[in-house]
Design a protein around this ligand. Structure first.
Ligand code: UDP
Ligand code: MG
Length: 312
C-alpha cells in the first residue's frame, strides 16, 4: 500500500484546525486504498494549537505532530516536516484552507502517472492589497530575469512531491531558506494544475510586510549573484564617465584656466558617487551576511516534542 503524507505547517492556527481536520478526514476516508499520514508542524504557536494537535493525536493515530521549540518561520517549519514525513509522496498544504484539499485527488492521479512534482498554480490570489500584488510581480520579474532556471510565478507551496523530491530537498540545508526557488532548482518531472485561491477561513495571516520583504531578499540572494554583477557593471560605467570628465576638466583648465566654479556639480558628483558606493557595499553585505549565517552551521530548527515524546 502506498503511503501519502500531508504536511501542514501551523503557526497560531487554533481556529483553523477544527475546520481543516474534518476536510482531511473526508479526503483520507474517501481514498482508503492509500495509507495516510498527517504531519502537523507546530511552528512556535502562542495559542492553543499544540493542545489541539495533542487532542487530535489521541483520537486518531494518523495524526502526527512536530512541536518546534520556537517560531522558526514557515520555510524552516516545512524543512522539519520534510525530515519527519515517511510517505512515498507528500502534499504540502496551508492550515488555513486557502489551499483546497479537494485538489489532492487530482494531484495523486498525476503522481500515479509518473509525475514527481505536481504543483498548483493560482488563477486568482484571494484578498490581497494592491501594493502586495505589485511588489510580488516585481520580485518575480527580478528573480526570473537573473537566474538560469525557471522560477514559477503564482505558485506557492501547495504541491505534491514524490519521495525523490523530498530526499533532494532534505539535502538542501541552508539556513536562510527560499523553498519556492528550491522546487524549481531540483528539477524532476513537473505537472501544473490550476486552482482558485480563496481567503483564509479563520485567524490572520502570520506574515507582515517586513517578513515578506526579507523573504524576497532571501529569494534573490540565495539564488543569484546578479546584484553583485550589476554593481560591478555600474561601478565600471561610472568610472569610465568619471575618466572622460576628468580629461575634459583637465584640458579646460589648461586652455582657459580655472576661475574656481562648479560647486553644484561637485556636490552632485559627491552625493551620487557616495550613494552608489553605499549601495554596492550594501549588496556585498547581504551576501557576506548569508555567508556568516551559513558558516555558523547551527541546526536549522529544534524540536521540543514529537507525538507525545519529548525530544532531547
Ligand atoms: N506559518 C508557519 N510559520 C510562520 C508563518 C506561517 O508555519 O511563521 C504557516 C501558517 O500556519 C499557514 C501557512 O504557513 O499554515 C501560510 O501562512 P499564512 O496563511 O499566514 O500566509 P499567506 O497565506 O498569507 O501567504
Ligand atoms: Mg494563508
Amino acid at each position: 500500500m502506498k503511503k501519502i503524507s500531508i504536511l501542514i505547517p501551523c503557526h497560531n492556527e487554533e481556529q483553523s484546525l477544527p475546520l481543516l481536520y474534518p476536510e482531511l478526514v473526508k479526503l483520507m476516508d474517501g481514498h482508503a486504498a492509500y495509507e495516510w499520514e498527517l504531519m502537523f508542524v507546530n511552528d512556535g504557536s502562542t495559542d492553543g494549537t499544540l493542545q489541539a494537535l495533542r487532542q487530535l493525536r489521541r483520537q486518531d493515530k494518523r495524526v502526527n505532530y512536530v512541536d518546534l521549540s520556537r517560531n522558526f518561520g514557515k520555510e524552516t517549519a516545512m524543512l522539519a516536516g520534510f525530515d519527519y514525513v515517511t510517505g512515498d509522496c507528500m502534499v504540502i498544504i496551508d492550515a488555513d484552507l486557502q489551499d483546497p484539499p479537494e485538489l489532492i485527488p487530482e494531484m495523486l492521479q498525476w503522481w500515479e502517472q509518473g509525475y514527481e512534482d505536481v504543483y498548483a498554480r493560482r488563477k486568482t490570489r484571494g484578498r490581497e492589497s494592491w501594493l502586495r500584488k505589485r511588489l510580488s510581480l516585481l520580485f518575480y520579474r527580478i528573480l526570473q530575469s537573473s537566474s538560469r532556471f525557471d522560477v514559477l510565478q503564482n505558485v506557492g507551496d501547495f504541491r505534491l512531491l514524490d519521495r525523490r523530491c523530498i530526499n533532494a530537498l532534505k539535502k538542501m540545508r541552508e539556513s536562510e531558506r527560499y523553498t519556492k526557488g528550491m522546487y524549481c532548482w531540483i528539477g524532476f518531472k513537473k505537472k501544473e494544475i490550476l486552482f482558485d485561491r480563496g481567503d483564509r477561513v479563520a485567524g490572520n495571516s502570520s506574515w507582515n510586510f517586513r517578513q515578506l520583504f526579507s523573504l524576497a531578499i532571501d529569494g534573490i540572494t540565495s539564488f543569484t549573484t546578479v546584484p553583485l554583477r550589476v554593481s560591478t557593471i555600474v561601478g565600471f560605467i561610472v568610472s569610465m564617465l568619471a575618466f572622460v570628465y576628468m580629461i575634459y576638466v583637465f584640458i579646460k583648465a589648461l586652455i582657459w584656466g580655472d576661475p574656481v566654479q562648479g560647486y553644484p556639480s561637485l556636490v552632485i558628483l559627491l552625493l551620487f558617487l557616495g550613494g552608489i558606493q553605499l549601495l554596492s557595499l550594501g549588496i556585498i553585505g547581504e551576501y557576506i551576511g548569508r555567508i556568516y549565517n551559513e558558516a555558523k552551521n547551527r541546526p536549522d530548527y529544534l524540536v521540543r516534542e514529537f507525538n507525545d515524546e519529548n525530544v532531547l
